[in-house]
Design a protein around this ligand. Structure first.
Ligand code: UDP
Length: 323
């Protein structure tokens, strides 16, 4: 007679994620998002541009472990890993100017090490690439099949070329090792936890406006950008990781505006007395940028939800405590 053994249903295994750049602006938002989804997270950061203050609320969280390390060094980690999210990199023009070699190294050697970790663990790998790989684009809006217009030796070359290399090595690991890889091209993103002095337009304008100082518009302010709120971006990136698509996908907000229009929005949003102060346009500053997100819309059923005015309220609130 067969004996029926009542099997005790085991709890589903919880995924384990590694986030490089976990103390950075976007890396820390991703970490929060993954923990909320039930992942265990190992965050790695060398704190060159990241800040412990972005993750200090996670102190004591059993599901989070922080390792202070440069991801260009060999990454050793015990235990299984399901997902590697490679977010580490300086990401503002001022940072590239001050840290050009670190910028090149993290995009090249750091991506190599993060891919190596994913291969060793049989994990899925996601690269955060950038709209900068399109350079000063001659095609507008930018679609994923546009190859770009990059000045290799200009001030942005260290970032643009390191990310172009990162895309190439990610595809090589996919083709040669059969690694499951994802590539997101991130367009301008903003929100709480950006560094006050990182030089990018959102922290620059918001902090100037909050202090009633002149708003430094570069050039005539006719260059365009489109700004995505951080929570929208993280949702899109998560969906991409969970999809089965290995080619690059743009994630960003297609709501395009000039930098001058943006400055006026900030003055309005902060109720500031600031006036516009025009300054020289930096070399190779892209004249226009707007993502074509048709692919993300169809493939991931994703599109941004947070309107600029709402995202700015949350961002301004954050910066009010910092200035
Ligand atoms: N910008 C500006 N004033 C500033 C900082 C930036 O006018 O104080 C402009 C910059 O020239 C660019 C746009 O704002 O055209 C976005 O700059 P950011 O550094 O945020 O990022 P980018 O999109 O150029 O990588």
């Amino acid at each position: 007679m067969a004996i029926k053994v009542k099997s005790k249903r085991s709890a589903p295994a919880r995924p384990r994620s590694v986030v490089t750049g976990a103390a950075g602006f976007l890396g820390s938002h991703l970490t929060d998002y993954l923990l909320a989804k039930g992942h265990r997270v190992v965050g790695i950061d060398n704190l060159v541009t990241g800040s412990i203050s972005n993750i200090e609320h996670l102190a004591g969280n059993q599901d989070f472990r922080f390792i202070q390390q440069d991801v260009t060094e060999f990454l050793f980690l015990d235990g299984p890993v399901d997902y590697v999210w490679h977010f580490a990199s300086p990401a503002s023009p001022i940072d590239y100017a001050q840290l050009p070699i670190q910028t090149l190294k993290v995009g090249s050697l750091g991506t190599h090490k993060a891919l190596g970790l994913a291969k060793e663990k049989g994990a899925r790998f996601l690269l955060t690439s950038t709209s900068e790989i399109y350079g000063d684009p001659l095609v507008h809006p930018q679609k994923e099949d546009y190859w770009g217009n990059v000045n290799t030796i200009g001030p942005r070359g260290c970032y643009d070329e390191s990310k172009r290399f990162a895309e190439a090595i990610t595809m090589a690991y996919h083709r040669q090792h059969g690694l499951q890889t994802r590539i997101v091209r991130i367009f301008n993103t903003y929100g709480p936890r950006m560094r006050l002095k990182d030089g990018r337009v959102v922290p620059a304008f918001v902090s100037q406006a909050l202090r009633n100082k002149p708003i430094t518009v570069f050039g005539e302010g006719k260059q365009t950008r489109s700004f995505c709120y951080c929570s929208d971006l993280i949702e899109g990136i998560y969906r991409l990781m969970m999809s089965d698509y290995h080619l690059p996908v743009n994630i960003g907000n297609p709501h395009e505006m000039t930098v001058l229009e943006f400055a006026k929005e900030i003055i309005k949003g902060t109720g500031s007395k600031s006036k516009i102060a025009y300054q020289p346009l930096p070399q190779d500053d892209p004249k226009q940028r707007k993502p074509d997100i048709t692919l993300a819309r169809t493939l991931l059923k994703w599109e941004p939800k947070v309107a600029l005015a709402d995202g700015l309220v949350r961002t301004i609130e954050y910066f009010r405590q910092k200035v």
